[in-house]
Ligand binder design. Structure first.
Ligand code: AMP
Length: 610
C-alpha cells in the first residue's frame, strides 16, 4: 500500500469527532489492507511500530526530528525550532516545511507503508557508535520523499504520538465490523440473537440494524477474549485477515506474551464480601506494583500491569525466577514490594517505586531488594490454567515455588466468617499493608475485567469517599494569577464508559497539584493538547485545551454528587460529579481504559447514598 493512501485515511480519522464515524473509516481502511500490511497498520493505529508490550523506542527525540526536517527540506534548524515553539506539534511543523521544500528531492520516490515501516524499525534497532547519524539519515530519507501530509505522520510516529485518538476498543470494533458476513454464517449465534430480539419485541423497522449491531458486539467479544490473553492486536488482525474467524482458535496463551490482568471490584465490609461470594480466600493486599512474570527455559520476561516490558529493571526477580520456580515454562503474577528482611518490615510505596528505573539499576537493587508476593498462576508447562478455579491454581502455585528470599506466596486464609475476615484485615493494616483482597474460590482467571472474582477492601478514610477514583485527564485550564507561570491552572478529568468507549467529564481539579506537579504536568499535557475536542471525549465544560485521553490520575473527593455540569452516568439531565476533588498521584501504571468506569462510579454513588 502507498503511504500516501494510509496518510489520507489518518488525516480523515484525525479530523473526525465521532467515534462511530471513526470506527467506520477504520473498518474501511483495515478491510482494504492486504495481509502483508495489516499488522503494521494496526500497530501504527496504536501509535507504535510493534505490539503494545514490545519495546520499540525509536531513540529519536524532538531535537533529532527537527534536525532531520532541516536536512531534508533545506530550512535551518532555527527556523524549524521557532515554528515548533509556536505550534507545539512536530507533525504540523514537518507538514509545513516538507510541503515547501527548498531543495529538490533528488532521490525521492513514492513511499510505501513497507518502506516507512522498515526505516522506522531500523531506526529503533540501531545502537552504538554512529547510531545517531544513522537514525538521522533514515528519518531524513523518509521525509525527503514525503509530501506534507505524509511527513506530518512520519514525524509523529517516532515520538509515539500519532494523535489519531484511536483506542484499542475502536480497532477491535472495526475488525469485528469486517467479519459481519462471516458472523452471519454462525447458526448458533444467530438463533440466540434472534431469540433475544424477539423477547425484547424489537420492531421490524429497525430489526436489521439492531441484529447487525448485536452480531458485531458478539464478534468484538470473541476478538477481545483473545486480545485479553495475547496482547498483540496486530497479530490478531493478521490472522483474521488470513483465516477469518476460524483463525482465532490458533491464538493461545504463550510464555513471553502478556495477559491482561484481572481487576478487583470493591466492597465496603466483610459482611458484603461474604454475602457476595461466600467462603473465600482472603489475602493481604500489598502496596507495591504488580508484575506478570513469564519464563520459558532460560528466557525471562517481566511485565507491568500495563503490559510494558520491564524485565531489565528487575535482575533480582529474574534470578529468582530461575532459582525458585520448579518448572521450565510458567506465567505467574504477584505484587513486588521493597522489603527489609532483617526487620521483616514492608517499605513504603515511595521506596518500592524507586525500583522502576532505567539507570543505576544495580545500586537500587542492592538498596531496595524486592520481594515478589505471588498470587496467581496462568500457565505451567503446556497447561493453560486460566479456566481452572482459583483454589486449584493456588494449590499449583504452592507446589511451584521453592523456598527462597525473593519469591513468596501471598499471606492468605480461607474463611466464610466475617469476624475472621475482619481480624485478618486488621492484622494486615497493622503491618502497614493496604487492606485485603478476597478471592472467589471457584472463579477462573478473568483476563482484563472486573467481575467479583477479586474484591478489595481497603482502609477507609473518615469523612471522605472510602476509595479514590482514577480519572483520565481530558483537558486543562491555563489558570489565573500565580498559576499562569506554569501554564496550567486546573485539570478537567473524566471517567471511562466501557460500553461506549468514551471518556465523560466528572471533575475539574484545581487542588492537590504542587508547583512541581503543575510544571511537570504541563509539559506532559502540552504534547497531546489541541483546541479540538478528541473524538472519544464527552464534556460540556470547555477547557482552554483538550488533551488526548492518555494520563490517569488518582483523585480523592469528599463525595459523589449529581450535577448538571458533568456527563458521567447521566440521568434525567444530571451526571455524576466529584465534590472537592484533589489529585493524589499520577497513575502511570494505568491505561486510560483502566480508569474508574462510569458503572463503577455509579455503584460508589449508590453505596454512598445508602
Ligand atoms: P487496585 O489497584 O486498588 O484496584 O487493587 C488491585 C491491585 O492490588 C492489583 O492490581 C495488585 O496490583 C494489587 N495487589 C496487592 N496484593 C494483592 C493480592 N494479594 N492479590 C491480588 N492483587 C494484589
Amino acid at each position: 500500500m502507498q503511504f500516501k493512501e494510509l496518510s489520507r485515511y489518518f488525516e480523515v480519522i484525525e479530523s473526525t469527532s465521532s467515534r462511530l464515524e471513526m470506527t467506520k473509516i477504520l473498518a474501511e481502511l483495515l478491510g482494504k489492507t492486504d495481509e502483508k500490511n495489516i499488522k503494521k497498520i494496526v500497530f501504527l493505529c496504536q501509535g507504535k511500530i510493534g505490539a503494545n508490550y514490545e519495546k520499540t523506542e525509536s531513540g529519536l527525540g524532538e531535537k533529532m526530528i527537527i534536525e532531520a526536517i532541516a536536512k531534508s527540506t533545506g530550512f535551518t534548524k532555527k527556523e524549524i525550532e521557532k515554528k515548533f515553539r509556536e505550534q507545539g506539534d512536530l507533525g504540523l511543523v514537518a507538514e509545513e516545511f516538507c510541503s515547501k521544500k527548498k531543495q529538490s528531492a533528488l532521490f525521492s520516490s513514492e513511499l510505501t507503508v513497507e518502506k516507512v515501516f522498515s526505516n522506522l524499525i531500523k531506526i529503533s534497532k540501531v545502537e552504538g557508535t554512529g547510531s545517531r547519524d544513522l537514525k538521522l539519515k533514515l528519518m531524513a530519507e523518509l521525509l525527503n520523499s514525503a509530501s506534507g501530509t505524509e511527513s506530518k505522520f512520519i514525524a509523529r510516529i517516532p515520538l509515539e504520538n500519532l494523535r489519531l485518538g484511536i483506542g484499542d476498543p475502536t480497532i477491535m470494533d472495526a475488525l469485528a465490523a469486517n467479519l459481519l458476513e462471516e458472523g452471519k454464517q454462525k447458526k448458533d449465534w444467530i438463533e440466540k440473537i434472534e431469540k433475544e430480539m424477539k423477547e425484547k419485541k424489537i420492531k421490524e423497522k429497525i430489526w436489521k440494524e439492531e441484529f447487525e449491531r448485536r452480531l458485531k458486539l458478539k464478534l468484538r467479544e470473541k476478538i477481545e477474549e483473545k486480545y485479553n490473553i495475547y496482547s498483540d492486536l496486530g497479530s490478531i488482525a493478521e490472522i483474521l485477515k488470513q483465516k477469518g474467524l476460524a483463525g482465532l482458535k490458533e491464538i493461545k496463551i504463550t510464555a513471553g506474551i502478556p495477559i491482561r490482568p484481572t481487576l478487583a471490584e470493591r466492597l465496603n465490609s466483610a459482611e458484603e464480601i461474604i454475602k457476595k461470594i461466600g467462603k473465600c480466600a482472603v489475602e493481604a493486599k500489598y502496596d507495591g506494583f504488580r508484575l506478570q512474570c513469564h519464563k520459558n527455559g532460560k528466557k525471562i520476561w517481566i511485565y507491568s500491569r500495563q503490559s510494558e516490558n520491564m524485565t531489565e529493571m528487575f535482575p533480582d526477580i529474574m534470578k529468582a525466577m530461575q532459582e525458585q520456580i520448579k518448572a521450565e515454562k510458567v506465567i505467574i503474577e504477584g505484587e513486588a514490594i521493597a522489603f527489609n528482611e532483617s526487620t521483616e518490615e514492608f517499605l513504603p510505596f515511595q521506596m518500592t517505586i524507586q525500583r522502576k528505573r532505567k539507570y543505576r539499576i544495580e545500586d537500587k537493587t542492592k538498596e531496595f531488594p524486592l520481594k515478589l508476593f505471588v498470587f496467581d498462576v496462568m500457565l505451567i508447562e503446556e497447561e493453560n490454567l486460566m479456566e481452572k478455579p482459583f483454589i486449584e491454581r493456588r494449590k499449583k502455585l504452592k507446589e511451584l515455588i521453592k523456598k527462597g528470599k525473593t519469591i513468596a506466596l501471598t499471606k492468605a486464609i480461607e474463611t466464610d466468617k466475617t469476624k475472621k475476615l475482619d481480624e485478618f484485615f486488621d492484622e494486615s493494616i497493622s503491618k502497614g499493608l493496604e487492606g485485603i483482597i478476597a478471592k472467589d474460590l471457584n472463579a477462573r482467571y478473568i483476563a482484563g475485567a472486573r467481575k467479583f472474582a477479586w474484591i478489595k477492601l481497603k482502609k477507609s478514610y473518615k469523612g471522605e469517599l472510602t476509595d479514590s477514583v482514577d480519572g483520565v485527564i481530558i483537558g486543562y485550564y491555563t489558570g489565573k494569577g500565580k498559576r499562569t507561570e506554569f501554564g496550567l491552572g486546573a485539570l478537567l478529568t473524566g471517567v471511562y464508559s466501557k460500553k461506549e468507549d468514551l471518556f465523560k467529564s466528572v471533575a475539574k481539579i484545581g487542588t492537590g497539584l504542587t508547583e512541581k506537579n503543575l510544571s511537570e504536568m504541563e509539559k506532559l499535557l502540552k504534547k497531546i493538547s489541541s483546541k479540538k475536542k478528541p473524538a472519544r471525549v464527552e464534556s460540556e465544560l470547555k477547557p482552554d485545551f483538550w488533551v488526548e485521553p492518555k494520563h490517569v490520575i488518582e483523585i480523592r473527593a469528599d463525595e459523589i454528587t449529581r450535577s448538571p455540569i458533568h456527563l458521567a452516568a447521566k440521568k434525567e439531565g444530571k451526571g455524576l460529579a466529584l465534590r472537592f476533588p484533589r489529585m493524589i498521584s499520577i497513575r502511570s501504571d494505568k491505561k486510560p481504559e483502566e480508569a474508574t468506569t462510569e458503572e463503577e462510579l455509579e455503584k460508589m454513588f449508590k453505596k454512598q447514598t445508602k
